[in-house]
Design a protein around this ligand. Structure first.
Ligand code: C2E
Ligand code: CA
Ligand code: CA
Length: 853
């Protein structure tokens, strides 16, 4: 027991008299204080003269003041009963608080606590500092409080009746818990949303909510009481870092939510700077002293809030929908904070709104942010669905265009009948599927059509041809048992319009005689003059036929044989000429031709011709296509169309292609010497694409001739590329990887679609010359070329048109935006010498100026 003499203190004058009917009494005006050293003891304080004690302000907030302060309150119980009251120190953030109750110089109760000590040091378990004050009837008690803290020295004091205190405390706790509960649910829900959508804004929002929660529970002492009561160190560190962290989270969220990085880089940088400042404050909290660090964090809150609001309103005014609710949310927090500040300054009276402005503002902000997120999500989803719909529409349009293009390129414009491409494909499939059946290929030609044309005029003649085609197709489909080639618009097509006024169809059956008998009947019908608009017209129908044999099952060859047979017929003899090998003037030659080709390869009997390609935009010579020429000692010129397919069949194409490649690269070096950096295109066949090591050979030849890979273009027909898609794709990829350019030749004649070609590593598309040669006269061809150019450009390919035979076509192609042209109008294929001579005099400029010396 400590005995102390304190008679000299004139305390009575400021005594607080306890009112029995007041549940709580403010101590404003009844508190005096004095500053001492840290280690000054109560005994010494009691000895201090009364003059050293100063009157404390009504609202005790002495700011950042690290010195030890003593507060003195005298309470008199004037009633005739013993009173047990609580003294509440309503600011839980004080480092060290000591409480002494002194009556008649005797310390009757002492408590040492503060938030730098474990929570267990509290006299009453409560987030604020609560001390029991026991007052016998008619007594006067002196209460000494010693307070020392690194933070703000706030000492709001209140004297409570015990019951009233518990009731009020419970009400406050319920309210607080509700508020914390709301924040927790928001955090959990948005965390769930984050994991569902992987959208970072939700995660940052969770950071905001948890930091707000941390801040509120930290400042109110709630977290210290319930979460880490034994860890005052954690409490201390958390209080210091949570404010800058919450500012960091707010800026992080704003940057993501308003998409500043992508849409407003200027704002984004400002927010990054604020985030950096917040991080610095967090780091500072660990090294700077408490007062400075908290002051810095609180100071930072002002620009953070203003910049968030400013950015929000600025973007809102610019029409950014996301910014609207965002700004309103910030306004809510700022209004709440302002109300509290004004209340503290005494401008506004006390009410729930003014006293709890910050938590109410913060929770409103949190709720509004989550509305904003939901709103943004809705808008993004609508935009996404719209975009998806648009891209589906675009895809559908592209597919439609492709279908139309495919149809146009595989059907005759006038009669709508399938063309030669379809005919050969379907016949080939039928030959493969039914090897046991006899297969006859029939050709039918209108010999007198030219005369009809002259008599009736083009328009009428066209109608006649359409009529004829329909009749023939109808008849064959019904009676002839011809192979259906195609079906569209609910109709079957058995007849192919192979060219001009020639039609073809295929019939399969168990024996040749039966087939011929069936078609004979048809021949009879069509041998009669045709009724057309009251005229009896003699169309001059001639037939030719060829049957597939064990050695010949190639539709292309069979069709040629049918042509040969038809050449032998005389119109009107009613006969159906069937091809026989002796009819074929070429066939003996065919057998020896390959041996001779091998020979020619050895004895330099082959030459390579070059045909220039012009880049339309720059009017410059951009390339040359190498075309093989064979001058046979006996037969004279043998067209490549004839011997190349044979070379492919016999495998001779492999050395042929090597030879072509080498010659072409030699020509390339000669171009270099002439100061021209044009490319050289060579034609390679499907066989080459399937050859193992082809790409390596190409690279070796490039290296040997010292030609850059980019100067070489390999032309592959789409049919060749599709023959063995997996191997072809591999080969093309390897070539592409070696920087060799790849071009799809004869585009439009095969049956692949751009969708397939898109999968190939291709640089260039060459529209087949059959679509180009007549495009100035034939609207359908012009349409095909235009669509092809556009679609290829959409897919990033260069487009070459070959078969440009006149100025009109050249102009037309330029207006269509075609990149390169090639054809007789520019120059015919020429020997390498002739090509270089042409280059020297042509008006098309070279790609670079000649190197002199
Ligand atoms: P291709 O690759 O489509 O070659 C273009 C053909 O069109 C060449 O016929 C060329 O002389 C011809 N041409 C060029 N401009 C015009 C024009 O304005 N009008 C017309 N009507 N025709 C034009 P060519 O030289 O008879 O070659 C025919 C086909 O033989 C080539 O078609 C190609 O598939 C093949 N071929 C030619 N040389 C080689 C080669 O070295 N190797 C391989 N594998 N195939 C070759
Ligand atoms: Ca070609
Ligand atoms: Ca071609």
């Amino acid at each position: 027991m400590l005995l102390i003499t304190a008679a000299s203190l004139p305390l009575q004058a400021r005594n607080l008299s306890v009112q029995v009917d007041e549940p709580r009494q403010s101590l404003a005006g009844h508190v005096r204080y004095l500053m001492t050293d840290v280690d000054t003891e109560l005994a010494e304080v009691l000895r201090r003269p009364a003059s050293e004690w100063q009157q404390a302000p009504d609202d005790i907030n002495l700011g950042y003041h690290q010195q030890t302060h003593w507060f003195l309150i005298s309470v008199t119980n004037a009633v005739a009963e013993h009173l047990d009251h609580y003294l509440e120190l309503g600011y839980p953030m004080l480092d060290s608080v000591a409480f002494y109750q002194v009556r008649q110089d005797e310390i009757i109760h002492a408590v040492e606590t503060g938030d730098a000590r474990p929570f267990g040091s509290r006299a009453i378990e409560h987030r604020n500092f609560i001390f029991p004050v026991s007052m016998p009837a008619g007594s006067t008690t002196s209460i000494y409080l010693r307070v020392q803290t690194e933070g703000a020295l706030q000492v709001p004091l209140m004297l409570w009746q015990e019951d009233a205190f518990h009731a009020a405390s419970e009400r406050a706790l319920t309210l607080q818990s509700m508020f914390y509960g709301i924040l927790l649910v928001m955090a959990a829900f948005n965390l769930f949303l984050y994991f569902s959508f992987r959208e970072r804004a939700y995660l940052y929002y969770v950071l905001i909510v948890t930091s707000t929660l941390g801040l509120m529970t930290g400042l109110s002492g709630f977290a210290f009481q319930y979460v880490y009561p034994e860890l005052p160190g954690v409490h201390h560190a958390l209080i210091l870092t949570i404010v800058p962290f919450s500012q960091f989270a707010m800026c992080l969220f704003a940057r993501e939510f308003l998409e500043l990085e992508d849409l407003h880089p200027g704002w984004s940088r400002i927010f990054l700077a604020m985030m950096a400042a917040a991080l610095l404050c967090m780091a500072g909290a660990l090294i700077l002293d408490y007062g400075l660090s908290t002051r810095l964090s609180v100071l930072l809150a002002i620009p953070v809030a203003l910049i968030n609001l400013w950015a929000g309103i600025h973007l809102w005014l610019q029409g950014d929908h996301n910014a609207k609710l965002f700004s309103v949310a910030w306004l809510a927090l700022l209004t709440g904070s302002l109300l509290t500040v004004l209340n503290k300054l005494g401008v506004l009276g006390s009410s729930v709104l003014t006293e709890h402005g910050i938590p109410i503002g913060a929770s409103t902000q949190a709720v509004l942010f989550s509305f904003a997120l939901a709103d943004r999500f809705n808008r993004q989803r609508d935009a996404y669905l719209q975009e998806k719909q648009n891209s589906l529409d675009a895809m559908e349009q592209q597919r439609e265009a492709e279908r139309a293009l495919h149809h146009a390129s595989t059907h005759h414009e006038l009669t709508g009948l399938p063309n030669r491409t379809i005919f050969e494909r379907v016949t080939e499939a039928a030959l493969r599927q039914n090897p046991e059946l006899e297969t006859g290929i029939f050709l039918l030609h209108l010999k007198n059509f030219d005369d009809v044309n002259k008599t009736l005029g083009h328009k009428q003649a066209d109608t006649l041809l359409q009529d004829f085609a329909q009749r023939l197709n109808g008849l064959l489909s019904r009676q002839g048992g011809a192979l259906p080639l195609d079906a569209y618009d609910h109709r079957f097509f058995c007849v192919s319009h192979v060219e001009g006024v020639s039609f073809a169809f295929t019939v399969q059956g168990s024996d040749q005689q039966a087939i011929l008998a069936r078609i004979d009947a048809l021949v009879d019908q069509f041998s009669k003059p045709l009724e057309f608009k009251g005229l009896a017209l003699e169309l001059g129908l001639v037939f030719g036929c060829s049957f597939a044999s064990e050695t010949e099952r190639e539709p292309q060859v069979l069709l040629r044989q049918a042509f040969i047979a038809f050449d032998q017929t005389v119109f009107g003899d009613g006969n159906l000429p069937v091809y026989a090998p002796e009819m074929n003037p070429y066939s003996p030659r065919r057998l020896t031709l390959m041996t001779e080709l091998r020979e020619a390869l050895r004895t330099e009997g082959l030459t390579l011709h070059f045909q220039p390609q012009i880049h339309l935009m720059t009017s410059r010579v951009a390339g040359f296509e190498a075309l093989i020429r064979w001058q046979h000692p006996e037969h004279g010129f043998v067209p490549p169309d004839e011997f190349i397919p044979m070379a492919e069949q016999t495998g001779l194409i492999k050395p042929v292609t090597r030879w072509v490649l080498n010659e072409a690269l030699l020509f390339c070096t000669r171009l270099d010497e002439a100061g021209c950096d044009a490319t050289v295109s060579i034609n390679i066949s499907a066989v080459n694409l399937r050859e193992p090591g082809f790409c390596e050979d190409v690279c070796a030849l490039l290296k040997k001739n010292r030609v850059a890979a980019q100067r070489l273009v390999l032309e592959v027909t789409e049919t060749a590329a599709m023959l063995d898609p997996i191997l072809s794709l591999q080969a093309l990829r390897a070539l592409r990887a070696a920087d060799v350019r790849v071009s799809i030749d004869d585009f439009g004649t095969g049956h692949s679609s751009l969708s397939y070609i898109r999968k190939l590593p291709v640089n260039e598309i060459k529209i087949d010359r059959s679509f180009v040669m007549e495009m100035d006269r034939n609207k359908g061809d012009a349409t095909i070329v235009r669509t092809t150019v556009n679609m290829c450009h959409d897919l990033g390919y260069e487009v070459v048109a070959e078969g440009v035979e006149n100025e009109n076509i050249q102009t037309l192609l330029k207006t269509l935006g075609c990149d390169l042209i090639q054809g007789y109008h520019i120059a015919r294929p020429m020997s390498s010498d002739a090509a270089l001579a042409w280059l020297a005099v042509t008006s098309w400029s070279k790609t670079r100026t000649p190197v002199t010396g």
